[in-house]
Design a protein around this ligand. Structure first.
Ligand code: AMP
Ligand code: MG
Length: 897
């Protein structure tokens, strides 16, 4: 490095300094606290400091913005200028003995702003100079000294205090800064590779994943807090041995553990971590003082089977490449890496300092841009460190938890680096217990032991004259509905075997459909809800697959239905015969294990799969959702709107909940159900009390600016993620309506978790949480090995309890993949568990947040779709050789295939 600065008054900033001084905020402070053997000769210390500062221009540099220029220049002060300050504090006792007091003192010092134009930019604080043990705390502007600089500075300071003046000429920082700029502008091919490295790094940057509960969209603060790492039990020998065994340095081993932990906590398949490089790759910089350290991109890819050893290798390579080209990054490159990274990683090797220094108590870097920085220091004697975090972005409890998990994972990786990252331990035993107890209890809600049609019969006996179902032109009281259903049940029974048999149900959304549905249950059959608007091939597949021998329908639909291999009962055509049947109940003919319905849902291999739901399942759901509503208000007498087809399980909430609790069903025709204006007109004067609807459906209805569609009491929203934006819309139009987010797959009987919104915004959850388990359900967040995931960590939502369906009808293989033994069942081997494929995490209060899917299943306008089903169907066409189906965002915030 040759002299290039001559006549100019100021010098260009290095890329590191540009990055640090770019934002209008302060560049931050680097700090080092050392224990000195006292008493200290203060005058001698001052003289030593004077000497060091005189040797290094950067320690007497200030930053002045020339008029009309955006970036400051560095101005080197005279050797004799007062460039540093030394303050004295009489007592060191409190600070040395008490970590918290030292922490507080350092935070206080770091928080004192530097006057960048005037200086001083190096401050020394001497506590207890007259005592046997004194504390020297150096606080330097990060644009002047990095953490290694403080160690070097202290070493020289101690030597010259002891009378040994260094002789060799130091490299001056302004020369280095010039050299960096010239290097980047160089045409040499070797440097071209370095420039390409940074160009690629900028182009291919994975989106930073959210780390635990870190909030998004909030301005990042400049203040930092720290959570201690309890590394006492990490054996340095063991660490050394493991690192050598893996062919890496101790620092890389630790860095890989940090990557592994971040991968585990975020579930990200690719991570970019800003790793710190010491910036002193050029041989003559080894002992240079200045802002040399800089962020470099270190990245890792993770798959389910990736082992820790593979991560060690990835980190080693990625870091080596980044360090090789570290000098070729410009300020923008550095800022981009630091700003985009999920988290930062620093490691400082702390060497032995000469007397009178006894021990380095703390070494602190200026806060980086990432909300989370793992800062470790290693010496021959100890490994120490802390998790430095932005308290605006990361809650204190979370930071403490991350710190603990890092240590747990490190132990696990040390014990066996050949383990897959997914299997490294991050949970402590007591935490595991706590997590499982938060999964929910098995206690069912009252009424869960009685089939829904029997509970309906009880209700009909106690409130015969109450309206039970309202259609557009027709309505039925409880007594009328019961009698009509009994007659049809008796008719069905006479036709042939319906008991424990699937019975097709294909009808318009009228009160007759509710009659038919109840009749099938009363006759001991299981209904198979069909949608007459579906293609005939799909309907016939469902009837055939279910083995339905009887189909209850309406005459005008017969023409559009496929060739039937089943006896059709047309409730209109056969009305006279049905009317002749007795109106008394057939008596109890259904057991809880009998099937209640078979609901078809999209199947990834090309054909829809039938989910077999038992009476026990359905009774559990109806009872628990009724209990959920009752907790706030007795649902008896409330009017429940049905706006979706019964061939999806969305309709079930609004049909069985009222029937078992004395409410009333209001059926909305298909036309009004898709036209907000029409619906509002239809409901004018008689608003709904309860409406269960999918968010995309509701959004479409509200787009018609029709406030009248919103119910008075309860809006139950489910089937897809509920956005805060939609909640805002609902709130502004109908402030008194309670909003219940309702979650559950068909395979666990409509619903298993709910979240009642209160007035609080929840910045910890990107969408409205799906909440807490309904009575009788247990919901777990599990890793791929079905072990519990800690709070905050994404995993697969798995559901156990009385709502878990019997399986997929006639498909044991598929059932065995998705319905597995519940590993946490109270008595081993007793329970079953459904793996939803939903990616979720448990929030701090125990509520579950929905994060998306683990596979490519999507919801399009509330309908569950496996792209594979469509691919298989399209692919079967003779003219189609290859096919791919993907979902993409549409203009209205939904999805389109
Ligand atoms: P389905 O079987 O049609 O009810 O679809 C179940 C799937 O819909 C779940 O596995 C989730 O992926 C999604 N889902 C259902 N309810 C919600 C909800 N409240 N929030 C987010 N996703 C939901
Ligand atoms: Mg559902």
């Amino acid at each position: 490095m040759q002299e290039t600065k001559t006549e100019a008054a100021g010098f260009r900033l290095s890329p590191q300094q540009q990055q640090l001084l770019a934002s209008d905020g302060a560049p931050g402070a680097t700090q080092c606290a050392v224990l000195l053997d006292g008493p200290v000769d203060v005058e001698q210390l001052r003289a030593a400091l004077d000497g060091v500062v005189a040797r290094y221009e950067i320690l007497r540099t200030t930053f002045v913005r020339p008029a009309g220029m955006r970036t400051p220049q560095q101005i080197i002060g005279e050797e004799s200028a007062p460039a540093w300050s030394l303050e004295e504090q009489p007592s060191a006792a409190g600070v040395i003995a008490d970590d918290a007091a030292l922490e507080a003192l350092m935070a206080l010092e770091a928080g004192r702003e530097f006057d960048l134009e005037r200086g001083p930019l190096v401050r020394a604080l001497l506590a207890g100079g007259a005592e046997e043990s004194a504390l020297l705390l150096l606080t330097a502007c990060a644009a002047c000294a990095d953490s290694a600089s403080l160690s070097l500075l202290l070493a020289e300071l101690c030597e010259s205090y002891a009378g040994k003046m260094p002789t060799e000429e130091p490299v001056q920082y302004a020369d280095y800064a010039e050299w960096r700029h010239e290097l980047i502008a160089d045409e040499e091919s070797q440097v071209q590779d370095g420039l390409a490295f940074w160009r690629d790094a900028a182009a291919d940057r994975p989106a930073p994943p959210r780390v635990l509960f870190a909030q998004r969209d909030r301005p990042r603060g400049t203040q930092r807090a720290a959570a201690a790492l309890d590394l006492g039990a990490v054996g340095l020998d063991e660490l050394q041995r493991a690192a050598v065994g893996a062919g890496v340095t101790v620092a890389v081993f630790l860095e890989a553990a940090w990557h592994a932990l971040l991968a585990r906590m975020t579930g990200a398949s690719e991570l970019l971590v800003a790793g710190w490089a010491d910036g002193r790759a050029q041989p003559d910089l080894a002992r240079a003082i200045g802002a040399y350290e800089q962020p470099v991109p270190v990245r890792c890819r993770f798959q389910e089977t990736t082992t820790f050893a593979e991560i060690l290798d990835q980190v080693r390579r990625s870091r080596a490449l980044a360090v090789r080209w570290q000098d070729c990054g410009d300020a923008e490159d550095l800022a981009a890496v630091a700003g985009q990274a999920a988290a930062e990683w620093t490691f400082s090797a702390v060497g032995q300092l000469p007397a009178p220094a006894r021990e380095v108590l703390a070494l602190r870097l200026a806060p980086g841009d990432a909300p989370l920085v793992l800062a470790l220091r290693g010496s021959d004697a100890a490994l120490t460190g802390e998790l430095v975090y932005d308290p605006l972005a990361v809650a204190h409890d979370d930071a403490r938890e991350i710190a603990r998990r890092f240590v747990t994972l490190l132990h696990s990786a040390l014990a066996d680096p050949s383990l897959p990252v997914a299997q490294l331990e991050i949970l402590e035993a007591d935490e595991r217990e706590l997590l499982l107890s938060a999964s929910g209890a098995d206690a069912p809600a009252a009424g869960a032991e009685t089939p829904v049609h029997e509970r309906f019969e009880e209700q009909a006996r106690s409130t015969p004259d109450r309206p039970a179902v309202l259609g557009v032109s027709e309505s039925l009281t409880y007594a009328e509905l019961d009698a009509a259903a009994n007659r049809l049940a008796s008719h069905l029974e006479r036709l042939g075997p319906v008991r424990q048999q699937p019975v097709g149900l294909c009808m318009e959304r009228t009160p007759s459909m509710i009659v038919a549905l109840l009749a099938i249950l009363k006759a001991g059959g299981a209904y198979v809800p069909l949608n007459h608007e579906h293609p005939p091939a799909r309907i016939s597949h469902q009837l055939l697959d279910a083995g339905a021998r009887v189909l209850v329908t309406e005459q005008h639909m017969l023409a559009s239905l496929p060739e039937l291999d089943a006896t059709a009962v047309c409730v209109d055509r056969d009305a006279a015969a049905i009317a002749d049947r007795p109106s008394e109940s057939l008596g109890s003919v259904a057991a809880l294990d009998d099937l209640a319905y078979v609901m078809y849902t999209s199947g990834s291999t090309g054909t829809p799969k039938g989910v077999a739901v038992t009476h026990g399942n359905l009774a559990t759901y109806a009872a628990s959702i009724a209990a959920r509503l009752s907790a706030a208000e007795d649902p008896a007498g409330l009017v429940f709107g049905v706006v979706s087809a019964i061939s999806t399980d969305l309709g079930n909430t609004s049909i069985f909940t009222p029937l078992v609790s004395g409410g009333c069903i209001r059926l909305i025709g298909a036309e009004a159900a898709t036209d907000g204006g029409l619906l509002a007109t239809e409901l004018a004067g008689e608003p709904l009390d309860v409406l269960k609807i999918a968010p995309s459906h509701l959004r479409a209805l509200l787009a018609a600016d029709a406030d009248g569609v919103l119910p008075r009491r309860w809006l139950v929203v489910g089937g897809e993620a509920l956005t805060w934006e939609l909640v805002g819309q609902i709130r502004s139009r109908s402030p008194d309506c309670r909003i219940l987010n309702h979650y559950g797959p068909t395979e666990t009987t409509v619903g298993c978790a709910t979240y009642l919104l209160d007035d609080q915004q929840r910045p910890d959850s990107l969408t409205v949480p799906i909440g807490f388990p309904l009575a009788g359900a247990r919901i777990y967040v599990l890793d791929p090995r079905l072990g519990p995931m800690p709070a905050g960590v994404p995993g697969e939502l798995c559901i156990a309890g009385a709502g878990v369906a019997a399986g997929y009808l006639g498909d044991a293989g598929k059932s065995n993949d998705k319905f597995v033994a519940d590993p946490f069942a109270p008595a081993e081997g007793t329970g079953r568990m459904y793996r939803t494929g939903d990616r979720v995490r448990r929030l701090r209060d125990g509520a579950i947040e929905f994060l998306g899917r683990l596979d490519d299943q999507v919801k399009v306008r509330g309908f569950r779709i496996e792209p594979g089903e469509i691919e298989a169907t399209l692919g079967a066409h003779v003219a189609i050789r290859q096919v791919a189906v993907c979902a993409e965002d549409d203009e209205r915030g939904g999805l389109r295939l």
